[in-house]
Design a protein around this ligand. Sequence first.
Ligand SMILES: [Zn+2]
Ligand SMILES: [Zn+2]
Length: 242
Amino acid sequence: MCALIERFLQFLLPSQCHCCERFLEEGQKGICPDCLSKIRWIEPPLCTLCGAPFLSGEIENHPCGACLTRGKYFTMARALGYYKGTLREAIHRWKYEEKSYLTLFFGEKLAVGFHRYWDPQSFDLLIPVPLHPKRLRERGFNQALLLVKELSQRTRIPYSKGLLRKRIPTPPQVNLSGGEREKGVRGSFHIQKDEEIKGKSILLVDDVYTTGATVNECSKVLLKAGAERVDVLTIAHAIKQL
Ligand SMILES: [Zn+2]
Ligand SMILES: [Zn+2]
């Protein structure tokens, strides 16, 4: 729904929680306190590379087994919360209905998460993980670009929306292993202008880190075009706790 119409309707109708649809009380916005309290945010100890959380709280951050054996093209990936329960539901609704409140909500959370792990001075460019043009037409918007715009406003890091492109659509990835997903995305991204990537430190942004195959492939392409370093920030991380 158009953001303007959505805002107008908010004046006329009592607001509902974007997750559980319960009517909100006065002063409450977007997500009800009950749903908010159920979101599980990721806390250390984490894998220093992919950001997957470890189960035991007594150990320090270190690379996880999967990252040690397969390695990653990006330097560091971090996510805000677990891709389950309320957060999964909220992301799902936002992706298919583009709730403007949720864009704002995720944008604010992403900025807080960003400052927890990085300094804005460390980056030259924010880049959203692109959608294939056909997918973009179906959905009408790229959720990663919405996030990048919000983050750019809050960190003053410039963003690019056309430098990294997806030229081959990815086949459905559900139920595929990490290795199969890697094969599925191989060669599907390309860079529009290498000279605008050369020597840059880049933060790639997406909504969900599943196996990392997509962001790893994007990082590979960016490094090949001359990027100095690529890091990754997502709202949620889907890998089970280690
Ligand atoms: Zn709720
Ligand atoms: Zn890892």
